[in-house]
Design a protein around this ligand. Structure first.
Ligand SMILES: Nc1nc2c(ncn2[C@@H]2O[C@H](COP(=O)(O)OP(=O)(O)OP(=O)(O)O)[C@@H](O)[C@H]2O)c(=O)[nH]1
Length: 201
């Protein structure tokens, strides 16, 4: 079954000076628009995880899911918000993508799903080969609704680092090629945005 998708945009964008990083312009469209264009054809439904006034995203026509956990505990709070939304729809899994990562692969969902199946795992995270070791991209994952209460408890217990939680559950890795550049390049700083301009196809 094709899963619904959730775009993670709930962070504070401190390295960018705050605000909605997804609204920054890149190659004539916003980062969010790049992400929506890539994710929409791969998923059964789409939602945006973001905090603060949801009305500022009304133009996107997407459900806006706030974190249910206070004080910006990190992307796992967005994953949980997505899982709670998917549970209401009767979906078994969601796929997440980060709003600051405009070039992720068009076969993201397919490869995540296959990796979970082939490695007998409930969770799959995207990965690319790095210079010294495999790099995992923990905001790009396939997540099961069945683990949402486990995740809620982990967050309530203070867990913040994504891979600490996914390692507990033996997450699969879905490998993607990283040439000519890593498709999970993400924009954290103004310098990153300038680099990304040079990567726009
Ligand atoms: N829902 C939710 N998402 C978050 C949170 N913190 C980060 N994210 C998302 O996770 C992804 C990676 O975030 P980071 O680069 O660590 O944080 P950021 O807010 O984008 O930027 P910095 O504040 O500069 O670290 C982005 O898509 C963020 O929107 C959070 O507390 N809640």
């Amino acid at each position: 079954m094709i899963p619904p998708g959730v775009i993670l945009a709930g962070g504070l964008a401190r390295r960018m000076g705050g605000g909605d990083k997804g609204r920054l312009m890149l190659g004539g469209q916003s980062l969010l628009s790049h992400v929506i264009t890539r994710l929409r054809p791969q998923v059964s439904a789409l939602a945006l995880n973001a905090n603060g006034d949801p009305a500022r995203f009304a133009d996107l026509g997407l459900p806006v899911l706030p974190d249910g956990v206070a004080d910006h505990p990190g992307p796992l709070a967005g994953v949980l918000a997505g899982l709670d939304w998917a549970a209401v729809q009767g979906a078994s899994h969601i796929v997440t993508a980060a709003a600051d990562t405009p070039f992720f692969p068009p076969d993201l969902v397919n490869r995540l799903t296959r990796a979970a199946e082939m490695q007998g795992a409930q969770i799959a995270l995207a990965a690319t080969p790095g210079p010294h070791k495999v790099l995992r991209h923990p905001t790009f994952g396939l997540w099961p609704v069945a683990l949402r209460d486990d995740l809620r408890e982990a967050l309530a217990g203070g867990l913040r680092k994504v891979v600490l939680w996914t390692d507990r559950h033996g997450a699969a890795s879905a490998m993607f090629p990283a040439t000519p550049f890593d498709p999970f390049f993400n924009v954290n700083t103004p310098d990153d945005l300038a680099v990304a301009e040079g990567m726009v196809p």
